[in-house]
Ligand binder design. Sequence first.
Ligand code: GLU
Length: 431
Amino acid sequence: MAEEQADGRRDASPQQQEELNPFKIAMQQFERAADYLQLDESMRQVLKHAKRQLIVSIPVKLDGGETRVFEGYRVQHNIARGPAKGGIRFHPQVTLDEVKALAAWMTWKCATVGIPYGGGKGGVICDPKSLSRNELERLTRRYAFEIAPIIGPDRDIPAPDVYTDEQTMAWIMDTISMIRGHTELGVVTGKPVALGGSQGRAEATARGGLYALREACRVKGIELSAARIAVHGFGNAGANFARLVAADGARVVALADSHSGVYAEGGIDVQAALRHKAETNSLQGLKGAKEIAPLEVLEVDCDILMPSALENSITLANVGNVKARIIAELANGPTTPGADRELAERGVLLIPDILANAGGVTVSYYEWVQNQYSYFWTEGQVNEALEKTMRAAFDAVHAIAQQHDTDMRTGAYILAISRVAEATRVRGIFP
Ligand code: GLU
């Protein structure tokens, strides 16, 4: 309980003091691993700074006739190992610092799984749920036009993220193709299969998370088919994960979307939840489940927790109530560094975002390769390659974490930073 002072102010409790700025958190995570690597100050400077940050104004004619101007960003954090790569987010709470953090996390994510990309991210401050489909199309196309000078198959390749999907990518691909005068399939990934998208890309984040989770269960001696699982977030990653893990025989005991949570000790019928969400646009009122607050899903009695929503879900304020023994971050940045430390001390095995959700960008890489070759793979080929990549990355990160007697996040950063630092060293600094 915070102490009240004579002037009426309260001393900040540890929760109140906790750093929640995603970019500052990303820097703390970087520094921690850089210390293990004894990285020199010059290299730290180079790897911490975003290479390029573009801020654009996006005027959009709304259906009512008036024009509104939205602000958008595209940040390229690092391109030492290949073109920048990373999603585009449409959300009212987008900030430049958030996009910078997400771009840096992409750099480390691509290096962790060993795909030949740097890191980038984009975002537009908007509430996509309050825009019509036509307004969304105009916003997307104008944003694509504004960032066109810095994106392309060899420079920076966007993909879906929070509240963007394959339709968004189709509009961006078409806009860039119109500007360049030829079809530019490889300018974005996560496209519809009808338009050069890859088999398996839509569920790749979830499937990659499942492959990583199977490895974690092996390490922890937990039988996945007998485990109780809570999934916080019901977008592309969370909803597909719940479906896949339920098909594996696991018991999904809790689910949450941005407005409501549902809990059933005996297990939720995930197929029914998916149908309910599709029909009512909500999880609220799902039969056979008790309604709880979305954040309560993080605290239910379970063996495995999948934070699959936004940043800062598990913080010092609620980490004491988290009961899971394994946490796999399908969201980017869902755990604060303070909560991280506490979970590590308690022996919880946390698979960090830059590993747990890397399946999405891994299959994005396969899509880009297929686009370059104009030769397409079967779903079986995609999933087989994804499984190999995720298992190898998990094993490499786990071995490094053991070797340095540290947590999996720091292990992943040690692996990723050493790869990017090595590429930077051999390329040298221009001029
Ligand atoms: N937005 C996803 C992520 O955060 C996918 C990025 C991509 O496929 O480029 O990893």
